[in-house]
Design a protein around this ligand. Sequence first.
Ligand SMILES: [Fe+2]
Length: 437
Amino acid sequence: MLDPRDTPVSTEDAGVLQAYEDALLSFQSFVGDPVSQLNRVLQDVPDFVLGHLFRAIAFYLSSEQRFLAPAQQSLQAAEGLLAQANHREKLLFAAVHKLVNGQWAAAGRALDEVLLEYPRDALALQAGHLLDFFRGDAANLRNRPSRVLPEWDEGTPGYSYVLGMYAFGLEECNQYAQAEECGRRALQLNRKDAWSVHAVTHVFEMQGRSREGITFLREREADWAVQNNFAYHNWWHLGLLHLEHHEDQQVLDVFDNSIAPGGEITLALLDATAMLWRLHLLGVDYGRRMQPVMELWSEKMAREAGYYAFNDFHAALAFCAADAVQDLRNLTEHLSHHAGADNLANVAMTRQVGLPLVLGMQAYQQGDFLTAVQHLDEVRGVAQQFGGSHAQRDIVDLTLLSAACKAGLDKRVRSLLNERQMNKPGGVLGQRVLAAA
Ligand SMILES: [Fe+2]
């Protein structure tokens, strides 16, 4: 059968196709859980090969090692059904096979092979976009959606989500005016598109339009903040915007109500950590809030250290802020010896970015700020290699600024501050970090 975007799916059962569509919509909109929806259909129809491929993608792109085994199981199940898979599903299998085996660059290219043949394959496109995010591949965050967009139009189901991806890619390529226009167009089509809300919010963040950004998010809270699994990250952005206005109590309120980790989803834990570490650098009293965050990282790192460098670095921030000396030591030793053992792409990420950053945080915690500056400086030009957005990776620059100040490197401080002021006039976080340091 063909899905509503004319992309072929190996099933003759309209109910199965509808279940795929429902799971896809959850994946695109962050409303509901695509994996439990896929589990239900696969229980009834275990030979639904696209369901297994989708499940492998959803698990693997969580960036958590605890979901690697179920991703591998789904991949194996799909492999056993390849004889009955169509051309699109075979191409998708080749990509997912590379992905789950940690060959991220090759997986990204293989997803393009799918999109060459099936440019309205919404699953392949979304998987590619998330992978580009985890790889910090700004060019492809923009270019992958741009390669297929002319094949979509307003009549194609899910069009707003493609515009949202393109908007975020434009923003990460610093094309702010186009990003805002594209994101707003997506929101005209679909008010509740959380990724497009996010793309436009990034523009406000990068351009220092923090008051506009706060108004934008607050006025639309009903669209993005209610029953949306991505809400924690848009709340994090709202907190960031409040920081620019010295509205620290609002930041703490946002943290307590909407960011503080209620579970062990790593992506939410990252934002909780990144918010508290900013408050740490700014000298804001955040009480005991880092303690439970640090404890969650401690449990996670006991199992997952070296799995994904971006996570390792945020664990190190929490350990540093909470003076968890032994956790920090365990992490640096683990990364020095075993980084990326079961995740190929992460080997290079850890060597080039993750380990120097974690060593930098260890030095920072020990009060050896000169060494911290050396490690952080080594990385800041290539930090995009371990993924995340410009807004997220700003935490490296803010930490470097703090370390440089504490090390008494006045000229370095001045040049870093000049850079911030020229690139984001009116931004206050640099000055606030200096005042606290
Ligand atoms: Fe973001």
